[in-house]
Design a protein around this ligand. Structure first.
Ligand SMILES: Nc1nc2c(ncn2[C@@H]2O[C@H](COP(=O)(O)OP(=O)(O)OP(=O)(O)O)[C@@H](O)[C@H]2O)c(=O)[nH]1
Ligand SMILES: [Mg+2]
Length: 378
């Protein structure tokens, strides 16, 4: 990650071939004239060839009329009626863009268009993706960010840390090449974090950050709801799966396995409290935990397989568990009668090794046979 510091030498920007600025909008009619005025000044100052595409989710608030009233032939609005959401709107705008450099920015004037030339310099100097960043030296935000908003932003950024070392991957202000965008095959952004999605899915290593002053919106209302924030967790999980597939599947499998232990013990206590015979209680605990483990693994650990035939998968899951139990027994029995023979704690150590071997067998059987991947989800 490189922090680009401001420079006065922006003259070469004039020779940039063309820039498509994509602005996702939902009910931003009051902001449209202001952002267009600032972009027009930028266009003239640097003699830029640019287009602005408002990727609008059918706001019906006069946004389309406001764009038309500007009289700028380089400004257009894409009125979307399907697949509502900020990230899909940005992607559709990027797909419709005609120039080789893509910019994404919010409509509410939080992102200063005047920083775009500096960001283009970053691309020209070899960076693959340049962020208008709130968290690098020289950046600032308006003063009235409350503690909760600040904390929220910091936590969201920390959670993304294993995916990218960038300081502000949550920023909605960034720039990249259309050629790179066109090579991404598997975009699946949920919610707001389109920059993070692109950095991870494009595998960008050389990401620059240009400091900006982030202004709070003056006109219109924020669309960032609590529901959108919850979607971030879902988005993160998908990105972690993309980047750390093996470790993530195993971790999820282990979490589900641990939940099975809890379910087993709770069920055992319930059945015992009902006064049933011990054998029935033990069998009940095992049976219910096998079912919950199966359902959770199908829905959560190997969620890509959740549309597969549930009957076949269940039989496979029980079969893999049964064989895993045999592996467990064989390994622990063999160890007890060899390396750990005779020692007091040897039986426990043998059992632990058996459990580990059985679990690994179980995991591999489930991942590569029972819930094998037959297609890639977009
Ligand atoms: N097309 C489209 N644009 C959206 C949608 N939700 C938000 N936007 C736009 O995305 C940009 C960012 O949304 P904001 O509401 O400003 O979200 P935010 O900047 O995280 O939150 P604030 O700091 O409170 O403004 C704005 O230009 C919005 O109009 C949506 O569902 N569809
Ligand atoms: Mg905003």
């Amino acid at each position: 990650m490189t922090v680009t510091t401001p420079t006065d030498d922006l003259a070469e920007i004039r020779y940039t071939t063309g820039i498509s600025i994509i602005v996702p909008t939902y009910q931003e009619v009051d902001n449209i004239p202001h952002i267009l005025a600032r972009l027009d000044k930028l266009r003239q100052d640097y003699n830029l060839t640019l287009e602005v595409i408002f990727s609008d989710d059918n706001s019906q608030d006069g946004s389309a009329e406001a764009v038309a009233a500007s009289g700028f032939d380089w400004a257009k609005i894409l009125v979307r009626t399907k697949d509502r959401g900020l990230s899909p709107a940005v992607i559709e705008g990027f797909e419709a863009a005609q120039y080789p450099i893509l910019v994404c920015m919010d409509c509410d004037l939080s992102h200063p268009p005047e920083r775009i030339p500096q960001m283009i310099l970053g691309l020209n100097s070899g960076q693959q993706f340049v962020i208008g960043s709130r968290y690098v030296p020289g950046a600032s935000t308006d003063d009235d960010w409350g503690f909760l908003r600040w904390l929220n932003s910091i936590i969201a950024t920390m959670l993304a840390r294993p995916l990218t070392k960038v300081k502000d991957p949550m920023s909605g202000f960034f720039i990249m090449r259309k050629a790179d965008f066109d090579t991404v095959k598997e975009l699946n952004p949920v919610g707001y974090k389109i920059a993070l999605e692109l950095i991870v899915k494009c595998g960008f290593q050389n990401v620059g950050e240009v400091p900006i002053h982030f202004s709070d919106r003056v006109y219109g209302e924020s669309k960032l709801s609590f529901k959108e924030q919850l979607k971030y967790i879902q988005h993160l999980r998908r990105l972690y799966l993309h980047r750390f597939a093996n470790a993530m599947y195993l971790a999820q499998f282990l979490v589900v396995g641990a939940s099975g232990v809890a379910v087993n013990l709770i069920m055992l206590s319930i059945l015992l409290a009902m006064g049933l015979p011990d054998a029935v209680c033990l069998a009940g605990g095992i049976g219910v935990s096998v079912i919950t483990n199966f359902l959770l693994n199908r829905r959560f650990t190997f969620s890509y397989a959740k549309d597969g035939n549930i009957g076949k998968q269940f039989v496979g899951f029980v079969g893999a568990s049964a064989v895993g139990a045999c592996v467990n027994f064989a390994v622990s029995y063999a160890l007890r009668n060899s390396i750990f023979e005779g020692s007091g704690s040897g039986l426990y150590l043998s059992a632990l090794c058996g459990i580990a071997a059985g679990m690994i067998f179980n995991y591999l059987g489930n991942r590569y046979i029972v819930f094998r991947k037959t297609h890639i989800r977009r």
